[in-house]
Design a binder for this molecule. Structure first.
Ligand code: FAD
Ligand code: UDP
Length: 369
């Protein structure tokens, strides 16, 4: 029998989300023996999906839509899944209206009862925007592109709910995720590859982890192994402050409560995958999964996201003081021998799935160099 206290593996990987699973696969393919652990009872991290008790494929940790401009990332994942073409569309409820977000020509025309052409929309935005330089905060970004009225209607309330902070307290990168358009493009993302794994994220991870060099141990917390890790090298994808026992104080992460609901007698709950609620309600958005997955089912399953300070860490909170605290942990990480820190929580970066895959592939190249 394996004694986990012995160095039976080349690598211990902490966390079986995108970061840990991609590293596990890459290292195993290079002939390494990998122990991959996760404290949860499933792999896939926050991108995990499962069929609920009513037979609908849901994302327990909120909607996950894959999009990337990286051919390398797309090709890597394509080894483990077929894809369903899916372009995400989002409407925002403003007053009684449901309007496209990102703000586009339709948004402006419907909101203000106008019929502007693309050029006229651009001229309108130019007339209301408040040029700011530098674009330091998310408020700068939004006011610089759409001005105060659209900012208040679409961004300020949503952001306050989502982060518990004003737009002016968040780094520019947060709001910069949302473009502004003067045409009728109503897609949430503009990337060249926009797909959902055809049989779900779970199946994709299952295939990624199906390699003789990978041993997966679920319900296993790193704390149980850290005194005597069973490998010389560790890939750590959990929160970086926890790795160092919060010695510089806790890094703030934003959490969410997911309120899942099944509606047995409703075939379609809403027009599009996600509806955002920037101004009303305590939740930020409602997602109906069948839009994402294309599943046919007589009923439907939806999720409401309620942001909160406490709970599982889901988002790093991008603002200068948090970045400064992270840097202190990153310095410790630099000095730490035999540990590679990869992932959204370990690198304290507001990364999408594709960015995590790219970062993990790069980290493995360095480990194997
Ligand atoms: P995680 O998925 O968080 O995995 C880390 C794993 O480490 C977890 O499973 C955790 O249990 C485990 N772990 C932590 N500490 C320990 C420990 N001590 N011992 C053992 N295991 C441990 N990205 C997109 O590209 N498109 C989207 O539409 C999208 N939507 C999102 C919606 C929400 C609500 C959220 C929260 C995120 C969304 N993302 C989206 C981002 C995406 O979830 C992340 O980029 C990606 O899942 C991060 O992967 P990761 O492996 O770094 O982290
Ligand atoms: N945002 C907003 N209104 C919206 C959508 C987004 O104010 O209708 C802002 C908000 O601060 C949010 C950020 O833009 O946190 C990024 O939005 P995104 O949809 O990318 O967030 P995620 O899907 O990562 O939660």
């Amino acid at each position: 029998m394996n004694n986990p206290a012995r160095k039976n593996y080349d690598h211990l990987i902490v966390g079986a989300g995108f970061a840990g699973s991609v590293c596990a696969r890459m290292l195993a393919e290079a002939g390494r023996k990998v122990l991959l652990i996760d404290r949860r009872d499933h792999f896939g991290g926050n991108a995990y999906d499962r069929v609920d008790e009513h037979g609908v494929l849901i994302h327990p940790y909120g909607p996950h839509i894959f999009h990337t401009n990286s051919k390398r990332v797309f090709e890597f994942l394509s080894r483990f899944t077929d894809w369903r073409f899916y372009e995400h569309r989002v409407l925002a409820q403003v007053g009684e209206q449901l309007l496209p977000i990102p703000i586009n020509r339709t948004t402006i025309n419907k909101l203000y009862g106008l019929s502007l052409t693309g050029d006229e929309v651009q001229a309108y935005l130019d007339s209301v925007r408040q040029p700011r330089s530098p674009l330091a905060t998310s408020e700068d970004v939004v006011l610089n592109s759409v001005g105060p009225d659209l900012c208040d209607k679409f961004f300020r309330g949503y952001t306050k709910k989502q982060w518990g902070l004003d737009l002016s307290e968040l780094s520019a990168g947060v709001a910069a995720r949302i473009p502004t358009r003067n045409d009728d493009d109503d897609r949430y993302f503009g990337d060249s590859f926009q797909f959902i794994p055809a049989a779900g994220y779970g199946r994709m991870f299952e295939r990624m982890l199906d390699h003789p060099g990978i041993e997966l141990r679920l319900n296993c917390d790193f704390r149980e192994l850290r005194a005597e890790p069973p490998a010389e090298h560790i890939v750590y994808t959990g929160p970086i402050d926890a790795f160092f026992d919060h010695c510089h104080g806790p890094l703030p992460y934003r959490s969410l409560r997911f309120d899942h609901q099944h509606l047995a007698d409703v075939e379609q709950f809403q027009q599009v995958g996600t509806v955002n609620y920037p101004n009303d309600h305590d939740y930020t958005r409602i997602t109906e999964f069948k839009h994402l997955t294309g599943q046919q089912h007589a009923g439907t399953s939806i999720v409401r996201e309620y942001p909160q300070a406490e709970g599982d860490p889901y988002y790093p909170i991008p603002r200068p003081e948090n970045e400064a605290l992270y840097k202190r942990y990153a310095e410790l990480a630099e000095q730490q021998q035999g540990v590679t820190f990869v992932g959204r929580l370990a690198q304290y970066r507001y990364y999408n799935m594709d960015q995590i895959v790219a970062t993990a592939l790069k980290a493995c190249e360095e480990i194997l160099a």
